[in-house]
Design a protein around this ligand. Sequence first.
Ligand SMILES: NC(=O)c1ccc[n+]([C@@H]2O[C@H](COP(=O)([O-])OP(=O)(O)OC[C@H]3O[C@@H](n4cnc5c(N)ncnc54)[C@H](O)[C@@H]3O)[C@@H](O)[C@H]2O)c1
Ligand SMILES: O=C(O)C(=O)C[C@]1(C(=O)O)C=C[C@@H](O)C=C1
Length: 349
Amino acid sequence: MGLIGGSIGLAVRERLGADVTGWDPSPGVLDAACAHGALDRGADSIAAAVAEAEVVFVAAPVGQLPATLAEVLRAAPHDCVVTDVGSTKRSVVAAIDDPRFVGGHPLAGAETAGVEHARGDLFQDAVWYLTPTEATTGTGFERLHRALRGLGARPTTIDAATHDTMLAAVSHLPHVVANVLVAQAARALEEESEQLPATGPSFRDATRVAGANSAIWTDIYLANRDALIERIDDATRRLAEFRALLEAADADGVTAWNDGARADRQRLLEAQLAGGPLHELRASVPNEPGVIARLALELGRAGVNITDMALYPAPNQAEGVVALWIAGDEPAERALALVEQLGFPVAEA
Ligand SMILES: NC(=O)c1ccc[n+]([C@@H]2O[C@H](COP(=O)([O-])OP(=O)(O)OC[C@H]3O[C@@H](n4cnc5c(N)ncnc54)[C@H](O)[C@@H]3O)[C@@H](O)[C@H]2O)c1
Ligand SMILES: O=C(O)C(=O)C[C@]1(C(=O)O)C=C[C@@H](O)C=C1
């Protein structure tokens, strides 16, 4: 029930009208969470907290997730869906093989810690990664997807390894670089001969997350150390390339390097804004474990995001229809082809 657990508590109470029970091992946190409006009540054990739950969010530091999730799954009802919010996904997904579990990670947060900083609108318009596996049930996945949409988030399916590789580049390395930047500037405080640096807006923007909450970041760095080391090596190479341009006083090279960065940033921004008209696709699928996860992962791998989804089981329970809403003409066409390739009859509604 820290920053993220507290923000989920606030959001599900405010937006979904949910009744929320929480648990946290740190003294005083549950009282603070109730006072902040993030909980209806605290429980004195994990088992008591999850006994009647429909959805459980585990928002502990990454290193604590496998053991905490295992304890949750021992006590959670058989038809409950259990997820986590950890910033890295491989270690958790490898450790938990339960049909009720779907790994998750909201791409939203802050450099602060604790329920006192929690906000009910934290997840509005935020990508929320989900990492279902072959073991995940379709009904659990759909319930979680619906709840996250209700929080204003954009659930996006991805496999755990791709997630960790990408997050090393867009979250973990930026935190490392922010730490390096403040360390370099603060050196002046120790060397009396140097003038104290005045920091402008660019420095503040680039270092907002420097020294963010060690209670979670040590675990994040270590859980993703192989991918992060690769990103650090790549960043070091890029710095060396730029250093060489400077040493050679190569003005054209420096301009091209800087223009390249602007073009890269523009492409990244445009990719985030990709949208378009909504298409509803209806696929007939057998009612088997892993089918919905397979569909969602296949589309996720192809870069097609499922804006919304619904399951309609047939009366015989042996099969059903899954409705997928996809934004944009081209992504919807690709989705149709991919679902067909998986062998499921599909048509646009
Ligand atoms: N802060 C962010 O920007 C951000 C964003 C997305 C995901 N996350 C992930 O969310 C999780 C929580 O991060 P946070 O920012 O809320 O940190 P936080 O420090 O604000 O809260 C963590 C909470 O977990 C509790 N805790 C510690 N060990 C526990 C255990 N074994 N079982 C249950 N609870 C335990 C702590 O008492 C604390 O209240 C982490 O896995 C982190 O990687 C963080
Ligand atoms: O906004 C911030 O302060 C964050 O650090 C949030 C941020 C990020 O790097 O974007 C940090 C870790 C999480 O796993 C997800 C989001």
